[in-house]
Design a protein around this ligand. Structure first.
Ligand code: CA
Length: 235
């Protein structure tokens, strides 16, 4: 019944690390695919459609960050970065590009399995919550993803395409702080000098259209200097 197994793509050029991961995962019921090079991994994303990626950053042909960049253009698949680089900056940069989690080598079997399970679980919840009912609700704010329509207390709010995309993106990550660069890359694909300003202008318009008074954190919380977060029900 291998079809029911989660398929994990391991992109790692170090043969001993790759086969160790493969053994751990296969022993625990996962199906494992391996790629030694970044480009090969990118190709396998479309040919094999895995459920999760374990990605080494130091690859012989390209930096693993390139894999995240390319993959995030078309897929929300969980990506866990595996790397010997322990510097904070590398973690932030991989997470900013859209990696879901980060494991520093060397790591233990239990840690690897726990993080794989957690990433698959989060992703599954996201998929489940967005498929059967494609409507998001937060107090009196309703976002209908299929009809691309937003309303507050029954009143339709007219957003531009970009404003709708930003609001939807935040709502799909409710409760989590989305940094400026994560939002910018998700909405516009790339970041330049004017991007943060552009995002802030769009955000101000969204708030105004939703009827928020200046400084009010009703639907969108401004995490100053970092990004934005949509409050979950417990906020
Ligand atoms: Ca490597």
């Amino acid at each position: 019944m291998s079809n029911n197994k989660y398929k994990v793509l391991v992109v790692e050029d170090d043969q001993s690390v790759a086969s160790m991961i493969q053994t751990i995962l296969e022993t625990n019921g996962y199906q494992v695919l391996t790629a030694q090079r970044c480009q090969q991994g990118i190709l396998m994303m479309t040919s094999h459609v895995p459920d999760l990626v374990l990605l080494d950053l130091g690859l012989p042909d390209m930096d693993g960050e390139e894999f995240i960049r390319v993959t995030r253009c078309s897929s929300a698949i969980p990506i866990i970065v595996l790397s010997a680089r322990s510097e904070e900056a590398d973690k932030v940069s991989a997470l900013d590009l859209g990696a879901n989690d980060y494991i520093t080598k060397p790591f233990g079997t239990a840690e690897l399995l726990a993080r794989v399970r957690a990433s698959l679980r989060t992703n599954r919840m996201n998929v489940l919550s967005s498929v059967p009912n494609s409507v998001f609700e937060l107090d009196d704010l309703i976002i209908d993803y299929d009809r691309r329509q937003v309303s507050v207390a029954g009143r339709v709010v007219h957003l531009t395409q970009t404003e709708f995309n930003i609001l939807s993106f935040l709502s799909q990550h409710v409760g989590k702080v989305m940094t400026y660069s994560v939002i910018i890359r998700a909405i516009w694909g790339a970041m330049d000098d004017g991007s943060v300003k552009k995002l802030q202008v769009n955000m101000a318009n969204i708030r105004k259209k939703l009827g928020c008074i200046p400084g009010e954190n009703r639907y969108i919380i401004n995490e100053l200097g970092v990004g934005y977060r949509m409050p979950d029900r417990n906020d």
